[in-house]
Design a protein around this ligand. Structure first.
Ligand code: ATP
Ligand code: MG
Length: 394
């Protein structure tokens, strides 16, 4: 990895010293400067051009979030990590608006800061590369979207969200059932949560063969062969995640690409469930998707992560194909309204799924998608509506 240039900003010299000690041992990180005041930071930035600025909320002169906002506008290649004593909704909101990439709380754990710096640097590099690629592409083609030029007969719809438990799997499963209600025998559901996938549980399948066994097939994967690995439930053909977490390693990006290409040939709709963390296989699925559902809910950990999710999708040039979907929309209690999120992210919420604890719990326990159990319930209707908004066949 190319060395990551880091600038430290904190009114307290002991705090800077502490961060310096945490970072010093890492060969990939180079702390190139320190500042106590916001004005110093803004003066040093054009000259030092750091990739990551680690900035305490408290600076000696300026409001740190005003500094972050100015950096975001003038020096977007520098990623900001904000260090705070505690987080609250107001801070999170302002941090998102200012384009802060990561918020960390004191006391900083050894390793936590190093990981944060590496992740932020990686995200900034990806964004810079994708912006360059977009410019090159526009030059090559004289503008226009690559996707507009390719006629699509089939849609890959990936459900993504970088916070565990936000509802990705249950919504992916029910969205597939909704798609099958409109387009019989044309829908596949692929579980790419390769370690902890639970789609087979939700669809009441006890699969003998999963994507892990499929990857062990020798020779070329053909559509006839791949078809043997899909199990049918509720009019949906399901490819399950491996039986054991360690078998997930058998699934490569190339394998995912091949499987999704075959799905494209065989099905009109392929719904993909993803894990919470972003690995190469998830990236491949996202890049191949025609629609990405970025699933959010309005609780503090999710809000904190939405910006990261958006950054990832932006760096993959996927934002134009992303639909922001709000889950558990009827249990909002954090002082943040859906309209605030739309304003901060500059994206409209395309659909809202209400909370229904009773139906979701019994649906998961029984292994029956709630769309089949209670098709008239508001939660089921909202999934049908979501499918109709993304169905490009109409
Ligand atoms: N709209 C909702 N109303 C009530 N409960 C919900 C709703 N959506 C999801 N849940 C519940 O939240 C829990 C987590 O859902 P799910 O497993 O689909 O999330 P996930 O994002 O796939 O999680 P993981 O990251 O662990 O894979 C489940 O118990 C589910 O029943
Ligand atoms: Mg899941």
């Amino acid at each position: 990895m190319k060395t990551i240039r880091v600038l430290l900003a904190d009114a307290e010299s002991e705090n800077r010293e502490y961060s310096l000690n945490l970072l010093e041992g890492d060969p990939d990180i180079d702390v190139i400067g320190e500042a106590g005041r916001g004005h110093e930071v803004l003066e040093m930035l054009p000259e030092l051009n750091p990739e990551v600025l680690i900035m305490d909320v408290n600076l000696a002169d300026l409001d740190s979030l005003d500094v972050a906002l100015e950096i975001n506008l003038k020096y977007p290649s520098t990623g900001v990590i904000l260090i705070a004593e505690e987080e609250n909704m107001n801070l999170l909101k302002r941090a998102m608006q200012a384009g802060v990439r990561e918020i960390m709380l004191r006391p900083l754990e050894p390793g936590e800061l190093i990981n944060g710096v590496k992740q932020v640097a990686k995200a900034c590099r990806r964004t810079a590369e994708s912006q360059k690629e977009t410019v090159d592409f526009m030059k090559d083609t004289g503008g226009g979207s690559k996707h507009q030029q390719i006629l699509k007969a089939s849609q890959i719809i990936t459900v993504f969200g970088n916070k565990g438990g936000v509802g990705k799997s249950i919504i992916a499963a029910n969205l597939a059932v909704a798609a099958a209600a409109r387009h019989k025998n044309e829908v596949a559901l692929v579980d790419l949560d390769l370690q902890f996938g639970d789609i087979s549980l939700m669809m009441n399948i006890n699969p003998r063969k999963t994507i892990a066994e499929l990857m062990q097939e020798s020779g070329e994967l053909t559509s006839d062969l791949v078809d043997e690995y899909f199990y049918e439930r509720s009019g949906v053909k399901v490819l399950s995640a491996p039986h054991k977490p360690e078998l997930g390693e058998l699934v490569t990006s190339f394998g995912v690409e091949t499987v999704l290409k075959i799905c494209r040939q065989m099905y009109s709709y392929t719904i993909v469930d993803t894990p919470t963390f972003l690995d190469d296989t998830t990236l491949t699925a996202l890049e191949m998707s025609d629609v990405v559902i970025l699933l959010i809910s309005l609780d503090i950990p999710t809000i904190k992560n939405i910006k990261k999710g958006i950054d990832i999708l932006e760096s993959l040039k996927m934002l134009p194909r992303t639909k922001l979907v709000l889950n558990r929309s009827s249990s909002l209690s954090v002082g943040l309204e859906p309209g605030d999120v739309e304003q901060v992210l500059g994206m409209k919420i395309a659909a809202s799924i209400p909370s229904d604890f009773k139906i979701t719990v019994s649906s998961v326990n029984r292994g029956t998608p709630f769309l089949n159990m209670s098709p008239k319930a508001p939660i089921s209707r909202s999934i049908m509506e979501l499918f109709d908004t993304i169905d490009q066949s109409k």
